[in-house]
Design a protein around this ligand. Structure first.
Ligand code: DP6
Length: 323
Protein backbone atom coordinates (compact mmCIF):
# COMPACT_ATOMS: atom_id res chain seq x y z
CA UNK A 1 0.00 0.00 0.00
CA UNK A 2 1.50 3.30 -1.07
CA UNK A 3 0.00 6.77 -0.78
CA UNK A 4 0.95 9.39 -3.35
CA UNK A 5 0.22 13.10 -3.05
CA UNK A 6 0.91 16.09 -5.24
CA UNK A 7 1.27 19.68 -4.04
CA UNK A 8 2.31 22.95 -5.62
CA UNK A 9 4.34 25.81 -4.18
CA UNK A 10 2.62 29.04 -3.23
CA UNK A 11 3.85 32.61 -3.40
CA UNK A 12 2.74 34.99 -0.67
CA UNK A 13 1.28 38.40 -1.50
CA UNK A 14 1.17 39.16 2.22
CA UNK A 15 4.30 37.58 3.64
CA UNK A 16 4.84 35.32 6.63
CA UNK A 17 8.06 36.25 8.41
CA UNK A 18 8.41 35.46 12.10
CA UNK A 19 7.11 32.93 14.59
CA UNK A 20 5.31 33.41 17.87
CA UNK A 21 5.90 29.72 18.66
CA UNK A 22 8.88 28.00 17.05
CA UNK A 23 7.81 24.47 17.88
CA UNK A 24 4.18 24.69 16.83
CA UNK A 25 5.04 27.12 13.99
CA UNK A 26 2.48 29.72 14.99
CA UNK A 27 3.28 32.90 13.00
CA UNK A 28 3.34 36.40 14.47
CA UNK A 29 0.79 37.50 11.85
CA UNK A 30 -1.40 36.00 9.13
CA UNK A 31 -0.46 35.85 5.45
CA UNK A 32 -2.06 35.42 2.02
CA UNK A 33 -0.85 33.57 -1.09
CA UNK A 34 -1.52 32.17 -4.52
CA UNK A 35 -0.95 28.46 -5.08
CA UNK A 36 0.91 27.87 -8.35
CA UNK A 37 -0.04 25.50 -11.16
CA UNK A 38 3.58 24.39 -11.88
CA UNK A 39 6.72 23.26 -9.97
CA UNK A 40 4.80 20.50 -8.16
CA UNK A 41 6.22 18.12 -5.60
CA UNK A 42 5.05 14.51 -5.84
CA UNK A 43 5.58 12.46 -2.69
CA UNK A 44 5.10 8.76 -2.09
CA UNK A 45 4.82 7.34 1.43
CA UNK A 46 5.00 3.63 2.10
CA UNK A 47 4.88 2.18 5.60
CA UNK A 48 7.77 -0.14 6.40
CA UNK A 49 9.16 -2.18 9.30
CA UNK A 50 12.70 -0.79 8.84
CA UNK A 51 13.78 2.79 9.76
CA UNK A 52 12.36 5.96 8.20
CA UNK A 53 14.06 6.90 4.93
CA UNK A 54 13.79 9.92 2.65
CA UNK A 55 14.80 10.09 -0.99
CA UNK A 56 14.65 13.47 -2.76
CA UNK A 57 14.95 13.84 -6.55
CA UNK A 58 16.44 10.36 -6.90
CA UNK A 59 19.12 10.53 -4.19
CA UNK A 60 19.15 9.91 -0.45
CA UNK A 61 18.37 13.24 1.24
CA UNK A 62 20.99 14.88 3.49
CA UNK A 63 20.89 14.48 7.29
CA UNK A 64 19.09 17.79 7.87
CA UNK A 65 16.24 17.07 5.44
CA UNK A 66 15.96 13.49 6.71
CA UNK A 67 15.82 14.74 10.31
CA UNK A 68 13.02 17.22 9.50
CA UNK A 69 11.10 14.44 7.75
CA UNK A 70 11.39 12.09 10.73
CA UNK A 71 10.28 14.82 13.16
CA UNK A 72 7.27 15.40 10.90
CA UNK A 73 6.48 11.66 10.65
CA UNK A 74 6.59 11.52 14.47
CA UNK A 75 3.71 14.05 14.50
CA UNK A 76 1.74 11.86 12.10
CA UNK A 77 2.47 8.78 14.25
CA UNK A 78 1.28 10.69 17.32
CA UNK A 79 -2.02 11.48 15.54
CA UNK A 80 -2.31 7.81 14.55
CA UNK A 81 -1.73 6.74 18.18
CA UNK A 82 -4.37 9.23 19.38
CA UNK A 83 -6.79 7.73 16.85
CA UNK A 84 -6.00 4.22 18.13
CA UNK A 85 -4.51 3.09 14.81
CA UNK A 86 -2.08 0.16 14.61
CA UNK A 87 0.03 2.06 12.09
CA UNK A 88 1.23 4.34 14.92
CA UNK A 89 4.49 2.39 15.39
CA UNK A 90 5.34 1.96 11.69
CA UNK A 91 8.26 3.67 9.96
CA UNK A 92 7.91 5.18 6.51
CA UNK A 93 9.78 5.19 3.23
CA UNK A 94 9.31 8.66 1.73
CA UNK A 95 10.18 9.38 -1.90
CA UNK A 96 9.82 12.91 -3.19
CA UNK A 97 10.36 14.56 -6.56
CA UNK A 98 10.42 18.35 -7.01
CA UNK A 99 9.65 19.69 -10.47
CA UNK A 100 10.92 23.15 -9.47
CA UNK A 101 14.25 24.35 -8.03
CA UNK A 102 14.85 23.22 -4.42
CA UNK A 103 15.49 25.86 -1.68
CA UNK A 104 16.08 28.80 -4.04
CA UNK A 105 13.18 30.91 -2.89
CA UNK A 106 10.56 29.17 -5.02
CA UNK A 107 8.79 27.66 -2.00
CA UNK A 108 9.93 24.04 -2.38
CA UNK A 109 9.46 23.50 1.37
CA UNK A 110 5.81 24.57 1.04
CA UNK A 111 4.99 22.06 -1.69
CA UNK A 112 7.22 19.46 0.00
CA UNK A 113 5.53 19.48 3.39
CA UNK A 114 2.04 19.91 1.92
CA UNK A 115 2.55 16.79 -0.22
CA UNK A 116 4.11 14.91 2.71
CA UNK A 117 1.23 15.84 5.02
CA UNK A 118 -1.38 14.53 2.58
CA UNK A 119 0.52 11.36 1.62
CA UNK A 120 1.60 10.49 5.18
CA UNK A 121 -1.85 11.12 6.69
CA UNK A 122 -3.31 8.74 4.11
CA UNK A 123 -0.59 6.11 4.54
CA UNK A 124 -1.07 6.05 8.32
CA UNK A 125 -4.84 5.75 7.91
CA UNK A 126 -5.82 9.19 9.25
CA UNK A 127 -8.96 10.81 7.90
CA UNK A 128 -8.24 14.54 8.13
CA UNK A 129 -10.19 17.54 6.87
CA UNK A 130 -8.46 20.14 4.68
CA UNK A 131 -8.24 22.40 7.74
CA UNK A 132 -6.55 19.67 9.77
CA UNK A 133 -4.19 18.81 6.90
CA UNK A 134 -3.30 22.52 6.69
CA UNK A 135 -2.54 22.53 10.44
CA UNK A 136 -0.42 19.38 10.01
CA UNK A 137 1.51 20.74 7.00
CA UNK A 138 2.17 23.93 9.00
CA UNK A 139 4.21 21.90 11.51
CA UNK A 140 6.63 20.95 8.71
CA UNK A 141 6.98 24.44 7.24
CA UNK A 142 4.68 27.37 7.97
CA UNK A 143 4.06 28.30 4.35
CA UNK A 144 3.10 24.67 3.59
CA UNK A 145 -0.19 25.30 5.42
CA UNK A 146 -1.22 27.48 2.44
CA UNK A 147 -0.35 24.88 -0.24
CA UNK A 148 -3.30 22.76 0.91
CA UNK A 149 -5.61 25.37 -0.56
CA UNK A 150 -6.78 25.78 -4.17
CA UNK A 151 -5.94 29.08 -5.89
CA UNK A 152 -5.73 31.72 -3.13
CA UNK A 153 -5.24 31.13 0.59
CA UNK A 154 -5.29 33.15 3.76
CA UNK A 155 -3.39 31.65 6.69
CA UNK A 156 -4.97 32.79 9.93
CA UNK A 157 -2.14 33.30 12.40
CA UNK A 158 -4.21 31.98 15.30
CA UNK A 159 -2.86 31.60 18.80
CA UNK A 160 -2.72 27.81 19.10
CA UNK A 161 -2.28 24.64 17.06
CA UNK A 162 -6.06 24.45 16.59
CA UNK A 163 -6.53 28.04 15.41
CA UNK A 164 -3.55 28.43 13.03
CA UNK A 165 -4.56 27.15 9.57
CA UNK A 166 -5.15 28.29 5.99
CA UNK A 167 -8.40 28.49 4.06
CA UNK A 168 -9.53 29.68 0.65
CA UNK A 169 -10.39 33.22 -0.27
CA UNK A 170 -11.58 34.64 -3.59
CA UNK A 171 -9.15 37.08 -5.24
CA UNK A 172 -9.01 39.06 -8.51
CA UNK A 173 -8.00 37.14 -11.65
CA UNK A 174 -4.22 37.22 -11.96
CA UNK A 175 -1.17 35.43 -13.25
CA UNK A 176 2.35 35.22 -11.83
CA UNK A 177 5.59 35.48 -13.77
CA UNK A 178 8.66 34.24 -11.90
CA UNK A 179 12.15 35.37 -12.77
CA UNK A 180 14.71 32.87 -11.50
CA UNK A 181 17.86 34.96 -11.44
CA UNK A 182 19.79 32.33 -9.50
CA UNK A 183 18.63 28.74 -9.02
CA UNK A 184 21.26 27.87 -6.40
CA UNK A 185 20.16 27.13 -2.80
CA UNK A 186 19.99 30.27 -0.63
CA UNK A 187 22.59 31.14 2.03
CA UNK A 188 20.34 31.72 5.06
CA UNK A 189 17.22 29.56 5.34
CA UNK A 190 13.88 31.24 6.07
CA UNK A 191 13.84 29.39 9.37
CA UNK A 192 17.17 30.83 10.53
CA UNK A 193 16.52 34.23 8.96
CA UNK A 194 13.26 34.58 10.91
CA UNK A 195 15.02 33.89 14.21
CA UNK A 196 17.79 36.38 13.40
CA UNK A 197 15.17 39.01 12.52
CA UNK A 198 13.28 38.46 15.78
CA UNK A 199 16.48 38.55 17.85
CA UNK A 200 18.23 41.53 16.28
CA UNK A 201 16.07 43.63 13.93
CA UNK A 202 14.94 46.85 15.66
CA UNK A 203 11.97 47.08 13.29
CA UNK A 204 10.49 43.68 14.16
CA UNK A 205 7.53 44.96 16.19
CA UNK A 206 6.66 47.50 13.49
CA UNK A 207 6.76 44.70 10.93
CA UNK A 208 4.33 42.59 13.01
CA UNK A 209 1.96 45.54 13.51
CA UNK A 210 1.95 46.50 9.84
CA UNK A 211 1.48 42.91 8.66
CA UNK A 212 -1.74 42.58 10.68
CA UNK A 213 -3.03 45.76 9.04
CA UNK A 214 -1.79 44.72 5.61
CA UNK A 215 -3.62 41.40 5.75
CA UNK A 216 -6.88 43.21 6.61
CA UNK A 217 -6.31 45.58 3.66
CA UNK A 218 -5.52 42.66 1.36
CA UNK A 219 -8.69 40.79 2.36
CA UNK A 220 -10.71 43.97 1.68
CA UNK A 221 -9.02 44.51 -1.71
CA UNK A 222 -9.74 40.89 -2.66
CA UNK A 223 -13.39 41.22 -1.59
CA UNK A 224 -13.63 44.35 -3.79
CA UNK A 225 -12.01 42.43 -6.69
CA UNK A 226 -9.52 45.32 -6.90
CA UNK A 227 -6.47 44.02 -8.79
CA UNK A 228 -4.63 47.34 -8.64
CA UNK A 229 -4.87 47.58 -4.86
CA UNK A 230 -3.89 43.90 -4.46
CA UNK A 231 -0.79 44.61 -6.54
CA UNK A 232 0.15 47.77 -4.66
CA UNK A 233 -0.23 46.06 -1.29
CA UNK A 234 1.85 43.10 -2.50
CA UNK A 235 4.80 45.17 -3.71
CA UNK A 236 4.87 47.41 -0.63
CA UNK A 237 4.67 44.47 1.74
CA UNK A 238 7.54 42.67 0.00
CA UNK A 239 9.74 45.74 0.40
CA UNK A 240 8.81 45.98 4.07
CA UNK A 241 9.74 42.34 4.65
CA UNK A 242 13.14 42.78 3.01
CA UNK A 243 13.65 45.97 5.02
CA UNK A 244 13.03 44.30 8.39
CA UNK A 245 15.32 41.42 7.35
CA UNK A 246 18.09 43.74 6.17
CA UNK A 247 18.09 45.44 9.58
CA UNK A 248 19.34 42.29 11.35
CA UNK A 249 22.84 42.09 12.80
CA UNK A 250 24.85 40.77 11.07
CA UNK A 251 22.77 41.92 8.08
CA UNK A 252 20.95 39.41 5.89
CA UNK A 253 20.34 40.44 2.32
CA UNK A 254 18.35 38.08 0.09
CA UNK A 255 17.94 40.35 -2.92
CA UNK A 256 20.76 40.61 -5.44
CA UNK A 257 21.50 43.58 -7.73
CA UNK A 258 19.71 41.82 -10.58
CA UNK A 259 16.63 41.40 -8.34
CA UNK A 260 16.46 45.20 -8.00
CA UNK A 261 16.82 45.55 -11.76
CA UNK A 262 13.70 43.40 -12.12
CA UNK A 263 11.83 45.60 -9.59
CA UNK A 264 12.89 48.63 -11.66
CA UNK A 265 11.73 46.96 -14.86
CA UNK A 266 8.33 46.29 -13.29
CA UNK A 267 8.04 49.96 -12.29
CA UNK A 268 8.92 50.88 -15.90
CA UNK A 269 6.18 48.53 -17.16
CA UNK A 270 3.64 50.41 -15.05
CA UNK A 271 4.82 53.70 -16.52
CA UNK A 272 4.24 52.18 -19.94
CA UNK A 273 0.69 51.20 -18.97
CA UNK A 274 1.46 47.50 -18.42
CA UNK A 275 0.10 46.90 -14.94
CA UNK A 276 2.41 44.63 -12.96
CA UNK A 277 3.73 44.41 -9.39
CA UNK A 278 6.68 42.52 -7.96
CA UNK A 279 7.45 40.53 -4.84
CA UNK A 280 10.30 38.30 -3.65
CA UNK A 281 10.72 35.66 -0.95
CA UNK A 282 13.85 34.76 0.99
CA UNK A 283 16.07 34.60 -2.07
CA UNK A 284 17.03 36.68 -5.10
CA UNK A 285 14.26 35.48 -7.42
CA UNK A 286 11.43 37.89 -8.21
CA UNK A 287 7.79 37.02 -8.83
CA UNK A 288 5.58 39.42 -10.75
CA UNK A 289 1.80 39.55 -10.59
CA UNK A 290 -0.24 40.83 -13.51
CA UNK A 291 -3.55 40.32 -15.25
CA UNK A 292 -3.68 36.97 -17.10
CA UNK A 293 -3.91 38.67 -20.51
CA UNK A 294 -0.71 40.63 -19.80
CA UNK A 295 1.42 37.65 -18.73
CA UNK A 296 3.10 37.13 -22.11
CA UNK A 297 4.03 40.83 -22.40
CA UNK A 298 5.38 40.87 -18.83
CA UNK A 299 7.38 37.68 -19.41
CA UNK A 300 8.94 39.18 -22.56
CA UNK A 301 10.02 42.32 -20.66
CA UNK A 302 11.96 40.34 -18.01
CA UNK A 303 13.33 37.46 -20.10
CA UNK A 304 16.81 39.04 -20.18
CA UNK A 305 17.14 38.87 -16.37
CA UNK A 306 16.78 35.12 -15.82
CA UNK A 307 14.69 32.03 -16.50
CA UNK A 308 11.05 33.03 -16.77
CA UNK A 309 7.96 30.92 -15.96
CA UNK A 310 4.31 31.92 -16.06
CA UNK A 311 1.80 30.56 -13.56
CA UNK A 312 -1.95 30.51 -13.12
CA UNK A 313 -3.64 29.80 -9.80
CA UNK A 314 -3.23 26.07 -9.13
CA UNK A 315 -4.76 23.27 -7.09
CA UNK A 316 -4.27 22.60 -3.39
CA UNK A 317 -2.40 19.50 -2.24
CA UNK A 318 -4.27 16.32 -3.06
CA UNK A 319 -3.94 12.55 -3.19
CA UNK A 320 -3.06 10.96 -6.50
CA UNK A 321 -5.25 7.98 -7.29
CA UNK A 322 -3.14 4.80 -7.18
CA UNK A 323 -5.93 2.36 -8.06
C1 DP6 B 1 9.68 34.53 2.73
O1 DP6 B 1 7.46 28.59 5.48
O2 DP6 B 1 9.79 28.34 4.55
O3 DP6 B 1 8.61 32.63 1.75
O4 DP6 B 1 7.97 27.94 8.71
O5 DP6 B 1 10.41 28.13 9.09
O6 DP6 B 1 9.54 26.48 7.44
P1 DP6 B 1 9.34 27.83 8.11
O7 DP6 B 1 9.48 28.95 6.97
P2 DP6 B 1 8.88 29.03 5.50
O8 DP6 B 1 8.96 30.61 5.25
C2 DP6 B 1 8.45 31.25 4.13
C3 DP6 B 1 8.87 32.68 4.13
C4 DP6 B 1 8.59 33.47 2.88
C5 DP6 B 1 7.26 34.22 2.98
C6 DP6 B 1 6.00 33.42 2.78
O9 DP6 B 1 6.00 32.41 2.06
O10 DP6 B 1 4.97 33.86 3.33
Amino acid sequence: MVSIARAHPNIALVKYWGKADDELIIPVAGSMSMTLDKFATTTTVELTASADSFELNGSRADAKATGRTTVFLDLVRRLAADAGLETATASAKVTSVNEGPTAAGMASSASGFAALAVAAADAYGLKLSTKDLSRLARRGSGSASRSLIDRFAVWHAGTSDETSFAEALAAPEMAMVSVTVNAKAKKVSSRDGMVATRETSPYYQAWIDVTHKTLDEMIAACAADDFTRVGEITETHAHRMHAVIQATEPPIRYLAPVSWQVFDEVAAMREDGLEAYATADAGPNVVIICRPDDAAAVAARVAAYGAVETFAPGPGAHLVDTA
